[in-house]
Design a protein around this ligand. Sequence first.
Ligand SMILES: *Cc1c(COP(=O)(O)O)cnc(C)c1O
Length: 466
Amino acid sequence: MRYISTRGAAPVLDFEHVTLAGLASDGGLYLPETWPSLGRDEIASLAGLSYVDTAVAVMAPFVGDALSREDLRGLCEAAYGRFHHAAVTPLVQLDARNWLLELFHGPTLAFKDVALQLLGLLFERFLSNRDTHLTVVGATSGDTGSAAIDALAGRAKVDIFMLHPHGRVSDVQRRQMTTVLAPNVHNIAIDGSFDDAQALVKAMFADRDFAGRFSLSAVNSINWARLMAQVVYYFYAAVRLGAPDRPVAFSVPTGNFGDVFAGYVAAKMGLPVAKLIVATNVNDILHRALSAGDYSVGGVTPTAAPSMDIQVSSNFERLLFDLHGRDGAALAGAMQGFESSRTMTLAQPMRDTAAALFASARIDPDSMALAMRSASETACMLIDPHTAIGLAAARGADLPAEVPVVTLATAHPAKFRDAVERATGQRPLLPARIAGLFEREERYDHLPADLAAIEAYVAERATPTR
Ligand SMILES: *Cc1c(COP(=O)(O)O)cnc(C)c1O
């Protein structure tokens, strides 16, 4: 499989190189040159397969000859063997038509483990036959950092530097990062906001000399391999509900448009998806774009679903690429316009194309709390604030009565205990696998939000390539 950039001017890469690369050199994002397709019979033959077998069947066309099927299976077994449920991503029925796909049974209690556990192993595999040492840098508001650290801790030839805003992530989230004491894990609390942390990471990548010297790499959802790993659970869930004979809708709590884009890829591969519901909180740029063509950046309002408190959703560019007829030059022009004016209008034909598959909803804090309360009262289930936004959007969707709706449950309720308790009066218990979290030793350094200070810190600890 060959990978091309959404902006049409970066080298074409194979799977191995696209996994290690992150952002394309022309500022775009990598995508497969063509969408592989699974025929009806192939989809039907996924019925009854384990998660790992489904993963191998769905991902093999994207991996191409970068790994043998046995190697791919071995990595999937190792990645998904760390999940605390035999089904890996179990499907739970809520009522006659609504289902939850629980994606939070991994080591750090959020769906990001599904992709990052595999990505950590892919990094290690692809680095094992090179003399490069990778330096992963990232900024986190909580979930990405803990999932990436768990996935990379102790792996050969990789160091990870994770910046989080000092005092602005929850205790559980901070401890999930700072109690990992592997020597290749470096936690930095910076004075400032998440946006300040993010800006520092971007500035490190933009410092070409520094980025080259330390082979900087990213693990956020611009990385193609992460999205690929997420395509799997759309097939896994839909087949359990009757695909390919019965179309299924999905409601996806959305921030960076990564998870829901994986659903789009599943549909492009031939999975009969009745609708993809893009559920946002009050930070609603994606809802405005899809419902009114208005893709314009506003301010970020902090909410109880912090992983969705995002204005510019990087992966939306991948959908825009298809909506622009896969014309990289045209999209590069449109993105440059957007980057300078902070606004873009989607033309009517693009909106019509998107509307054939996507619906969207903006869920305010009251509807979110109501969804948490009603899941607790009617189904005796505690759900986290992100999942609640997905469920509220699912209940409001305009769909034929016979279509089952799967809401992606993206975080364990214990990860957001205070918000769940406020809405339902019940405090979720920490699962046994992280129960000792509050007794463990923490290690992190506290630095000013200053590029020179952060680069000096990294340079002292990372392995240079040249
Ligand atoms: C990251 C995250 C999301 C948003 O996912 P995207 O791929 O960025 O759209 C939703 N819920 C939770 C709990 C998350 O951690």
